[in-house]
Design a protein around this ligand. Structure first.
Ligand SMILES: Cc1ncc(C[n+]2csc(CCOP(=O)(O)OP(=O)(O)O)c2C)c(N)n1
Length: 567
């Protein structure tokens, strides 16, 4: 049996988990593991980020694009605390990542040693689970358990804090094969027969049903089952932001996005429905609006892997804690084949009304609008790229104007709404899916939070295209000021560097687009370069994303864009 150092054990265990890339930044407390990496560089590629937040987002982007566990690694103290925003982002969106942090040596813990932070304490509320390894004999099993917890049940981030002397110590390495047994951790799988019967009774007798499909469909690999349920029961499907890709958005039964900036028809259908079938979603306040008036006529079925989500925000008639794919497979044989033509034609009327309000139908007098940019990106990438957005207006415009066909193709920070996520997450996604075309779609504000990763993209020669939608404002906040704070635009006008020159200073080829007729050229330019590129789209400064449900308002109390000719 081989005697290995703790650091070697970490890397051996990562190999056995199938890890071939990790994102990180070195420092004193993790240096033994960095030193050991030199022996593993041919099997595990380490990507040197420029800020640890970027490492966590890259691991997250990798996880969202592939469904596999992403790995970030950092030193103690500031290295570890810099990861926290990325960990919280992964937690809110159920993304499986494992973060490894160095800790001061065991004997120094609690002494306010140099770069000591209680990282398990800090990350307790934002991890699915975390560990401080105090015994080298437990190291290998802990890593195995961490990956198991990250990827099973409701996925999420797990952190392992490893003191420096544990990394330096030695022991016989025995890889813990066999089943992982965790008392109290049994992610539910199947539904019981009574619940299936109760759900079928509601599905087969509904007149105005709507399916609500969330991230769980994508993470749970249930897109095919979702489609079968929709088609067999004739039920239209409304998507959460993170559910985009769960069903092709050009499918006749797809109502596209619901919620605060969702499609009006989607929201109205939810409010008029007599049955909601909620699958792998969690009734976030951005999708329900006012809970007191939410879907008042609907009976509700909720299927989710996390039992604590059932009856949390919305009380349901049938709540099933289970794996959404398994439970849908149980349901499908009992689902009656039917159509709901009247219901669908009613919904189509709402959709036609929305079409008349579409900004793309308006003559904008040569101004470049973010909707045009995103819709043209969709057109010239054949709607088939992986898009990774940042947070703000451009994120919602992406959701509205870039219809997705496949799961895992829109990656975005939904739950935490983390500005700075988009660009590093896109780098992570490209590592996970090297053969796919990856676009980071970011605002001028959020991009400036993590643009230091341009250097990482150059060092790795990673082929990510960056679309900076520059409106010279913190656009989404400006919109709230316009609607709800009497147009007092305080702290939202934003100066930016010359993004083209900045990119070029990093060694990233770049171009600026000010007119719509440059759109195709810009995509061709990005595609022609095998490495990172940046395109700055100078769009109208004072756009508004419609429709909008004001925070806490009824879901169908939307502020709408006027129709052509209306004020
Ligand atoms: C880290 C962080 N800080 C603050 C916010 C609040 N916030 C939400 S959207 C937004 C404006 C984003 O501006 P920009 O990146 O330029 O994108 P735009 O809305 O203009 O498309 C802000 C400040 C946030 N979501 N995340």
């Amino acid at each position: 049996m081989a005697v290995l150092t703790g650091s070697e054990i970490i890397l051996e265990c990562l190999l056995r988990e199938g890890v071939d890339v990790m994102f990180g930044y070195p420092g004193g407390a993790i240096l033994p593991t960095y030193d050991a990496m030199t022996k593993y560089e041919d099997r595990i590629h380490h990507v040197l980020v420029r800020h640890e937040q970027g490492a966590a987002h890259m691991a997250d982007g990798y996880a969202r694009a592939t469904g596999k566990v992403g790995v970030a690694i950092a030193t103690s103290g500031p290295g570890a605390t810099n990861l926290v925003t990325g960990i919280a982002t992964a937690m809110m969106d159920s993304s499986p990542i494992v973060c490894i942090t160095g800790q001061v040596p065991r004997g120094a813990i609690g002494s306010d040693a140099f770069q000591e932070t209680d990282v398990t304490g800090v990350t307790l509320p934002v991890t699915k689970h975390n560990y401080l390894v105090m015994n080298i004999e437990e190291l290998a099993y802990t890593i195995r358990e961490a990956f198991h917890i990250a990827r099973t049940g409701r996925p999420g981030p797990v952190l392992i804090d490893i003191p420096k002397d544990i990394q330096q110590g030695t022991t016989e390495f025995i890889y813990p094969e066999g089943e992982i047994r965790l008392p109290g951790y049994r992610p539910p799988q199947e539904a019981n027969g009574d619940d299936i019967a109760a759900a079928l009774e509601l599905i087969n007798h509904a007149k105005k049903p709507v399916i609500l499909a969330g991230h769980g469909i994508i993470m749970g690999g249930a897109a095919q089952e979702l489609r079968e349920l929709a088609e067999r029961s004739g039920t239209p499907v409304s998507l959460t932001l993170l559910g985009k890709g769960a069903m092709p958005e050009d499918h006749p039964l797809c109502l596209r996005m619901m919620g605060m900036h969702g499609e009006a028809a989607s929201n109205k259908a939810i409010q008029e429905a007599d049955l909601l079938i909620a699958l792998g979603m969690r009734f976030d306040d951005r999708v329900t609006g006012n809970l007191k008036t939410y879907a008042p006529h609907a009976k509700k079925i909720h299927i989710d892997i996390d039992p604590s989500e059932i009856n949390k925000n919305v009380r349901v008639e049938v709540g099933i804690a289970g794996d959404v794919r398994t439970v849908l497979a149980q349901l499908l044989p009992g689902v009656k084949s039917q159509q709901h033509p009247e219901w669908l034609s009613h919904i189509r009327d709402w959709q036609e009304d929305s079409d008349e309000r579409d900004i793309l139908r308006h003559d904008t007098g040569g101004k470049l609008l973010s909707a045009q940019v995103i819709n043209d990106l969709w057109k010239y990438t054949n709607g088939d790229a992986i898009t990774v957005t940042d947070v703000g207006q451009h994120q919602m415009v992406e959701a509205q104007y870039y219809p997705h066909k496949r799961p895992h193709t829109l990656l975005t920070s939904g739950g935490l709404g983390t500005m700075g996520f988009g660009f590093p997450a896109a780098i992570g996604a490209k590592f996970g899916k090297p053969d796919e075309e990856v676009w980071a779609i970011v605002g001028d504000g959020g991009f400036q939070m993590t643009l230091c990763e341009l250097a990482t993209a150059v060092q790795e020669n990673i082929n990510v295209n960056i679309a900076v939608i520059n409106n010279a404002y913190l656009g989404m906040v400006r919109q709230w000021q316009e609607f709800f704070y009497e147009e007092r635009y305080h702290a939202t006008p934003m100066i930016s560097p010359d993004f083209v020159k900045l990119a070029e200073a990093y060694g990233v080829p770049a171009m600026r687009v000010t007119h719509r007729d440059q759109m195709q050229e810009s995509v061709e330019f990005a595609r022609s370069i095998n490495g990172p590129t940046l395109i700055e789209y100078k769009v109208e400064k004072e756009e508004v994303v419609y429709p909008m449900v004001p925070a806490g308002a009824d879901l169908d109390a939307m502020i709408r864009r006027p129709k052509l000719g209306e004020k």
